[in-house]
Design a binder for this molecule. Structure first.
Ligand code: ATP
Ligand code: MG
Length: 265
């Protein structure tokens, strides 16, 4: 599926990304010629004033919206050139989304919300959704509760577990702490940071200075452009656990990959 080799092995390579919207007689240049790279296993904060294009950029990275032009490579896959069915596969396998409003399905319990993406991928979720909920720190007596019976922080933990359901290498979080009090927000950011040790990269759009302060790298947007890119840590991001390591049961993810392969990669 349009595999691209990159000697630096960065998780994201973006060149000249463009997304404009027609707005009456004018054009909104939401993403206006954006180029950047994201290193693997890093926590990256995407900052900038309201309306500067952060959500639009995340949507492009997640293939929730189509580029007008530009080259986008995520985990070696050329997102700019995916066919419709490849796009569905890409969204399911390569990226996980976390939103400000949590966006859980209200009729489903916490564990059913996490199970759903696995079922949509045609993969058995036997016990694994529970494992993910444990990973994000949701107490076991909450697993069968519906979202309305969970606190905001608990709902966001469920949303993060759901985003991890199909083991994507890249997590995209759009203002994940904006609906939480500051203490709960910090706990959620600590959780997102801990995912780096699971061989994952996380891009967080945020207005929260405290989030940006703890990121490995900060991208600053203004008027649809990236105006600065700052590495905040001199050392390389922490060594991830080796591939095949013990993060969640590898067997599950191997089964998942196989199932998805059979679905027609
Ligand atoms: N589907 C759309 N149709 C028309 N204009 C849009 C659309 N989506 C976004 N825009 C416009 O593109 C610009 C960038 O919006 P975007 O939501 O990406 O900003 P943002 O940086 O995420 O803002 P915030 O911090 O408030 O979430 C804004 O001017 C917005 O009104
Ligand atoms: Mg936004």
């Amino acid at each position: 599926m349009n595999d691209v080799q990159d000697e630096r092995g960065d998780i994201v390579i973006a060149e000249g990304l463009m997304k404009h919207f027609a707005s009456g007689p004018t054009t909104v240049k939401a993403v206006d010629g954006v180029s950047f790279r994201l290193p693997r296993y890093a926590i990256v904060a995407l900052q900038g004033p309201s309306g500067c294009g952060k959500s639009t950029l995340l949507n492009l990275l997640g293939a929730l919206d189509r580029l007008d032009s530009g080259e986008l490579i995520v985990d070696g896959i050329s997102v700019s050139h995916l066919s419709g069915s490849q796009e569905v596969f890409y969204r399911r396998e390569k990226v996980g989304f976390v939103f400000q409003q949590f966006n859980l399905i209200p009729q489903l319990s916490a564990i059913e919300n996490v199970t759903l993406p696995m079922e949509l991928a045609g993969v058995s979720s036997n016990g694994r959704a529970g494992e993910l909920l444990e990973r994000v720190g949701l107490a076991e007596d909450r697993h069968d509760r519906r979202p309305a019976k969970l606190s905001g922080g608990e709902q966001q933990r469920v949303a993060i577990a759901r985003a991890l359901a199909n083991d994507p290498p890249l997590l995209l979080a759009d203002e994940p702490t904006a609906n939480l009090d500051s203490k709960t927000g910090r706990l959620i950011i600590d959780l997102l940071r801990s995912l780096r040790a699971d061989n994952r990269s996380v891009l967080i759009a945020t207005h929260d200075e405290a989030v940006a302060a703890t990121a490995d790298m900060v991208l600053e947007m203004s008027d649809g452009k990236i105006v600065s890119s700052t590495m905040q840590r001199k050392e390389q991001p922490e060594e991830p656990v080796p591939a095949g390591g013990s993060r969640l049961r590898r067997g599950f993810f191997d089964t998942l990959r196989k199932g998805l392969d059979e679905l027609g990669r």
